[in-house]
Design a binder for this molecule. Structure first.
Ligand code: ATP
Ligand code: MG
Length: 310
């Protein structure tokens, strides 16, 4: 896989706050690469460093061989950005929004009309092309913002929180559009704080927390790498001493996500589950029990001791 974007020991501070700390990544052509992390992790900062909107304090960044800081023009030609806040003109139609953008950023306007039609059709917005953007749903606005980022036919699209505030159906529509574009050879760098989105969309991802990369791999490998299952159970009353109750059952970690609930990390949950239930029901009333393979939330919790949503 050819590397299209690389970061090497990139650092960016805001005053005393290190928003990005020694980040190194290589993103290959035709990948959907994710930056997954909670609010404030540094995802938008990373995207702005790659586009050249922000200057790094140290380290190297290359976009198709160019440095966004010193070769901004070459980099901008190759990248499209969909910012976190959809900054479209509500009082203009979809057509006018795209024409406005084309006039500012596309050198050759002769082909812009055809390109605008092609993109509006691709995003299934063609029959709404004359409607004012303030009448669009959140998902439609995100699709229009993606169409706008694609106008100059960039190789690499940076998509900051693709589906924030978009409903379930709209999310799937957007993901499908991104996967289609990927199959045509585009590379995506997306940020998200939603592990479902990261799992469903990304080929590989880096989990970031407080500006640091804490794990990087495919979603499947990150989850499988934990090498354990998660048992979640609810009892009345609370289990008093779970470590003692479950002694000998290969328990790796026990936490209480909320009163009445226990979250148990164990290897080979199936093998032990009968024994778990037997010991529990001898002393407590079992209200609910679930065995699950680890999710990206569990991976985050494992590395940071905090839930992704805290
Ligand atoms: N221009 C700025 N001036 C000062 N601090 C900033 C600035 N931009 C970002 N920060 C800080 O840097 C840290 C990382 O912010 P960033 O916006 O990159 O996070 P994020 O992962 O995109 O979060 P979110 O999920 O909320 O969008 C935060 O603590 C934020 O307050
Ligand atoms: Mg952000």
């Amino acid at each position: 896989m050819e590397t299209v974007v690389s970061l090497e020991n990139v650092v960016r501070c805001f005053g005393k706050l290190a928003a990005v700390q020694n980040l190194s990544l290589e993103i290959g052509t035709g990948e959907i690469f994710g930056l997954l992390g909670p609010n404030g992790a540094g995802k938008t900062t990373v995207i702005n460093l790659i586009t050249g909107l922000l200057r790094r304090d140290s380290g190297q960044i290359r976009v198709l061989g160019f440095d966004p800081q010193t070769q901004a023009r070459q980099v901008r030609r190759q990248i499209g950005l969909v910012p976190q806040e959809t900054n479209v003109y509500g009082d203009l139609s979809a057509m006018d929004n795209l024409w406005h953008h084309a006039a500012l950023y596309c050198g050759n306007l002769d082909t812009a009309g055809g390109r605008i039609e092609e993109l509006l059709r691709m995003m299934e917005l063609w029959n709404r092309r004359n409607d004012l953007l303030r009448t669009y749903s959140g998902g439609m606005k995100r699709r229009l913002a993606l169409a706008r980022a694609l106008l100059h036919d960039p190789q690499i699209i940076l998509f900051d929180e693709p589906t924030l505030g978009v409903d379930v159906q709209g999310r799937h529509v957007l993901w499908e559009h991104m996967k289609t574009l990927k199959s045509q050879g585009k590379t995506f760098i997306v940020s998200t704080n939603d592990m479902n989105e990261a799992g469903a969309l990304c080929d590989r991802l880096v989990i970031v927390d407080r500006g640091k990369a804490i794990a990087l791999d495919t979603p499947e490998a990150l989850c499988a790498g934990l090498g354990r299952d998660i048992i979640t159970l609810q009892t009345t009353p609370d289990v008093i001493d779970p470590e003692r109750l479950f002694a000998g059952l290969d328990v790796q970690a026990v936490t209480r996500p909320e009163p009445g609930w226990l979250r148990i990390e164990t290897r080979n949950a199936e093998t032990h589950i009968g024994e778990f239930v037997g010991r529990m029901s001898a002393q407590y009333r079992l209200e609910s029990l679930r065995i699950a393979r680890p999710t990206l939330d569990d991976v985050f919790l494992h590395h940071t001791g905090r839930a992704l949503r805290e």
